[in-house]
Structure formats: structure tokens, C-alpha cells
Ligand binder design. Structure first.
Ligand SMILES: NC(=O)c1ccc[n+]([C@@H]2O[C@H](COP(=O)([O-])OP(=O)(O)OC[C@H]3O[C@@H](n4cnc5c(N)ncnc54)[C@H](OP(=O)(O)O)[C@@H]3O)[C@@H](O)[C@H]2O)c1
Length: 296
């Protein structure tokens, strides 16, 4: 049986869609969900649900009973008091369940930056989560994306109203990207394949070598309106996060993450593209996802 966490999230919902598209090959599928009403009728008709949060050890233990493969994602929760505490809370229940419930394979969402990122907020915490999971000896694949294209969806109204994309990074350095659609597809492929063993990273790096200024140009061409890049300073970025309800430590983590990725370059041109796991170009994503969101 396959267990999917975050079935209502951007990545988890696409993992689930791919599994359900595979029909009988997926076998039995179970999800952990806080509010089952948020699942689509197609999903509700096909999967078993365990209600609760996967940060709750009792919920995760119950959900892992009889499960051999798990899709695991620690959700972004900007109101969390502590970044490290948050990732620990979303790691311990899985570690316990691997030890007690006999889970054999875990496919998790991680990030590029292993062995390179230092003082990188949520990125460091996410990589530490993988280490804890791997210490159990479970077969593990860490899906490692760079900057998610979907981050720009938060700026849909600013793009529409002001023609600006703002990021806390250099405008003239390559920023690798990936779409959640490709991560969902790779995760499902791994979950459907019961033959892999060991512990490895699976980079998911889209085919482009665009700088944020290039990205603004692509957005401008796709939307057929002027769009420019604006670099956010660290203090301005942190203030924006706090204004949108992030806790002090979450905002600190995200600003550390942004400076680490800008200065240490692990989301930059040194990361090779991986077209087999991340085929979708930024332009195609803009046409298919960003354009309707900005229009909408
Ligand atoms: N942003 C980037 O550039 C970037 C780069 C590299 C890696 N990543 C990683 O990519 C992932 C992003 O995932 P995503 O885009 O799929 O996230 P998302 O769309 O925000 O989905 C979050 C999911 O988590 C659930 N959730 C939220 N709070 C929860 C809680 N307290 N307990 C249980 N479930 C909870 C939500 O369920 P409800 O329906 O119950 O709210 C939803 O299913 C993260 O793991 C992040 O670390 C991001």
C-alpha cells in the first residue's frame, strides 16, 4: 500500500493524480489529510483516508500500518514558531513509523544544496530532515528541486497591477527553477516502482538557464505586457514576510535561505539541468499556469 501526505497541496495532489491515473498499478492508496472535504470526489472515491496531521505521531503510526511506500512532504507553515522545531515535528513521526510499522521506501521532497548550503534556514532544516530519515536505514529518494516556479503565483496580482516581479536575489545570476508538476510525476514514478533500493538524491532541475531579469522578460512576452524584475533587500523581504503573518523565526529562516542561495549559488548555474526529471520550461509554465493565474 502507498501512503501520500499533503494530498491537498501543490505537489502532493499531483503525486496522487499520477498514482490514480496509473490505475491498478498503484494498488491500494491511503492519504493523511486534515480535512477530507478538501479532497476531490475522484480522490475520495478511490483512496482510504486517515484524518489528522502527519506531525501527529499517533496519526502517522495509524496511517503507516500495512504501508510499504510513503510520499513524505514537510509543509511550509509560515506561522510555525521555530523553523528547526517545525521540521523536527514533521520528521519524528515518520522515523518512528519506519522503525515500528515496517515502511520500506520513502520518497520525500527536499531541496538542492546538500553538502553546500550553510545557514540556509528552511533549506538546512529540510536537508537535516533527510539525514534523520536516512539514519533509520529505510530506502529513500530525496527529490531535490531548486526555486519552485509556483512561488511566482504569490505575485500574480503584483504582476498584473504593477508589472513587477520581486525576489531577494541577484537579477543577473542564473536561478534554476522547477515546476511542481514535474516533481509530482517523478514522485509517482518512484512510488510505483518497487525495485529501487538505497538512499539517493533525485535532482529535479528544469531545462532553463534564466536569470530573474530573463524570467521577467519571458513573463512579459507571455503576458504581452511590460514586466520588470526588482531586487528586494533583506530587511524589506523580512518585513514583507512578517506583514503577511510569518513568525519571526520563519521570516528569519526564509531571509537566511534567500541570502544563502544568492551567495552560495546552489540554485545557480553550477547545478546541472535534469530534463529527464524536470522537462517543463519556464516559458511553458508561464503559458499554462501563470498566465491564467494573472488573468484570473
Ligand atoms: N518554494 C521553493 O522554492 C522550494 C524549493 C525547494 C523545496 N521546496 C519544498 O517544496 C515543498 C512545497 O510543497 P507544496 O508546494 O506542495 O506545499 P503547499 O501547496 O503549500 O501544500 C501544503 C500541504 O501541506 C498541508 N499542511 C499544511 N499545514 C499542515 C499541518 N500543520 N499539518 C499537516 N498538513 C499540513 C496542506 O494541507 P491543508 O489542505 O490541510 O492545508 C497542504 O496539503 C516544501 O516541502 C518545501 O520545503 C520548496
Amino acid at each position: 500500500m502507498i501512503l501520500v501526505t499533503t494530498p491537498t497541496g501543490q505537489i502532493g495532489s499531483q503525486v496522487l493524480d499520477n498514482l490514480l491515473d496509473a490505475g491498478d498499478a498503484a494498488g491500494e492508496v491511503r492519504v493523511i489529510v486534515r480535512d477530507p472535504a478538501r479532497l476531490s470526489p475522484r480522490v475520495r472515491a478511490r483512496v482510504e483516508t486517515v484524518t489528522g496531521s502527519h506531525a501527529d505521531p499517533d496519526v502517522t503510526a495509524k496511517a503507516c500500518a500495512g504501508v510499504d511506500r510513503v510520499f513524505w512532504l514537510a509543509p511550509p507553515v509560515p506561522t510555525a514558531d521555530s523553523v528547526e522545531g517545525h521540521f523536527r515535528a514533521f520528521t519524528r513521526p515518520l522515523v518512528d513509523a519506519v522503525r515500528t510499522e515496517g515502511v520500506e521506501r520513502v520518497v520525500g521532497v527536499s531541496t538542492l544544496g546538500r553538502g553546500v548550503a550553510r545557514n540556509a534556514g528552511q533549506i538546512s532544516a529540510s536537508l537535516a530532515m533527510d539525514d534523520e530519515i536516512r539514519a533509520t536505514g529505510v530506502h529513500h529518494r530525496a527529490l531535490c528541486p531548486p526555486y519552485l516556479m509556483e512561488n511566482l503565483l504569490h505575485q500574480a496580482s503584483a504582476i498584473r497591477d504593477s508589472g513587477v516581479i520581486a525576489m531577494a536575489t541577484y537579477g543577473d545570476r542564473v536561478l534554476r527553477t522547477c515546476t511542481t508538476r514535474d516533481i509530482g510525476a517523478v514522485a509517482a514514478r518512484l512510488l510505483l516502482d518497487g525495485s529501487w533500493t538505497g538512499q539517493e538524491d533525485v535532482p529535479t532541475v528544469g531545462p532553463d538557464a534564466l536569470t530573474p531579469e530573463d524570467m521577467a522578460r519571458v513573463v512579459s512576452e507571455v503576458l504581452d505586457r511590460p514586466v520588470r524584475f526588482r531586487r528586494l533587500g533583506e530587511a524589506e523581504y523580512k518585513a514583507t514576510l512578517l506583514r503577511h503573518g510569518a513568525s519571526e523565526d520563519w521570516a528569519r529562516g526564509v531571509t537566511d535561505l534567500a541570502s544563502a542561495s544568492a551567495e552560495q549559488g546552489f540554485y545557480g548555474s553550477a547545478a546541472p539541468t535534469t530534463p529527464e526529471t524536470a522537462p517543463t520550461s519556464f516559458r511553458r509554465w508561464c503559458e499554462e499556469v501563470l498566465k491564467p493565474a494573472v488573468a484570473g
